[in-house]
Design a protein. Structure first.
Lengths: 97, 259
């Protein structure tokens, strides 16, 4: 099993162009009059960029299941971290009655 | 065989495929711990962002979005070049491996150059939290200009005026900002970008080591995995930056692009 599957240079160039366009889109959003919505929109664009980076540039798409589970575990534990800390911090001013 | 990078099968693996998977998994495990490490800072940022939305947006607008945008492109391009280096190593194209690793290094150093210039500008504009922050100590230029129009003004009045000029004037709604909270944003800005820079320095060190190996002709077909494992870390550093952009630089509205 020493044969390695590789992604072509062309695919990498294509993904790079998509990533660059998305960065332009983020900058355009910050100059638009979108108001407070600009943060969730830009975070959404960043999330798609990160998915592209991990699946294509980091080869998560062709990885074995153990690597995929490991990567997903980061999301799971980050989710727990955010869930418990944010729900705690944002409800501290609530009165206990 | 105790010491192996790739190509030589260590005795505790069944085959090279299993050995390569184990090496990749090791780096992914490390990246999970890194994600948790950065997660803590991002989580703290989120709590304060929800508490102090006006100060966060106003402070974000004072950051240099042109330099941040250029840096995004530099990092994305360096992610491309290091990935192309893996393919070149796979095909045994030594000259292309050297070129791609060199470009990755050059792009990373250019990023740091821009970042250093940005920190320097922030320092000059008194945007560093503490007694010299613009709300307590006005910049010399602003002080001169303000005294010209208001000769009787005291130093704290000038500082108030500069704070208002920098942060409150362009706000969409009329708000009075708390200078302490604005400084808190800048603390997050320096800590988050500073941690990112430290990670970049580590990456640059490893890529420089790979480049040295390539110059010595020691990155043959069997060593592509060394570049691939390093690239996983490098892409992670890129990912952190991709989230820092919207959180720090693009959180507030921008009207001008300038150095």
């Amino acid at each position: 099993m020493s044969e390695e599957k590789t992604t072509s240079d062309g695919t990498y160039y294509l993904v790079y162009i998509v990533l660059a366009i998305m960065t332009f889109a983020q900058l355009a959003v910050s100059f638009s009059g979108l108001g407070p919505m600009r943060l969730p929109v830009n975070m959404g664009i960043a999330s798609v960029q990160v998915i592209l980076l991990s699946f294509v540039f980091m080869h998560l798409k062709g990885s074995d299941s153990l690597t995929k589970i490991t990567a997903a575990s980061a999301l799971f534990f980050l989710g727990l971290l955010f869930l418990f800390i944010i729900t705690d911090y944002l409800t501290r001013q609530w009165l206990a009655y | 065989m105790a010491h192996t990078s790739d190509g030589v099968l260590a005795t505790h693996f069944d085959d090279l495929g299993q050995q390569r998977s184990a090496m990749r998994l090791g780096m992914w495990m490390f990246l999970v711990t890194e994600a948790m490490f950065f997660g803590g800072v991002f989580c703290a940022y989120t709590a304060y962002r929800i508490w102090y939305p006006h100060e966060w947006e106003a402070a974000s607008s004072a950051l240099n979005v042109l330099i941040a945008g250029i840096n995004s492109f530099l990092l994305l391009t360096s992610s491309l070049t290091i990935t192309l280096a893996i393919n070149a190593a796979h095909k045994g194209e030594q000259a292309r491996v050297k070129l791609m690793l060199f470009l990755t290094l050059a792009l990373a150093l250019a990023f740091l150059g821009f970042k250093a210039y940005e920190y320097y500008s922030d320092f000059k504009e008194h945007l560093v939290p503490g007694p010299t922050f613009v709300s307590s100590t006005p910049t010399e230029e602003f002080e001169k200009e303000y005294l010209h129009a208001h000769p009787e003004a005291t130093r704290s009045e000038i500082a108030d005026a500069e704070f208002h000029h920098l942060f409150e004037q362009d706000a969409a709604e009329k708000v009075t900002l708390n200078p302490g909270r604005v400084q808190l944003f800048f603390m997050f800005y320096y800590i988050m970008t500073g941690l990112h820079v430290v990670h970049m320095l580590v990456g640059i060190g490893v890529i420089a080591w790979l480049y040295r190996m390539a110059l010595q002709g020691r990155i043959g077909k069997d060593k592509f995995l060394l570049i691939e494992i390093t690239s996983l870390y490098w892409h992670f550093v890129d990912m952190v930056w991709l989230f820092l952009m919207p959180l720090l630089y693009l959180a507030g509205p921008h009207k001008h692009l300038h150095f």
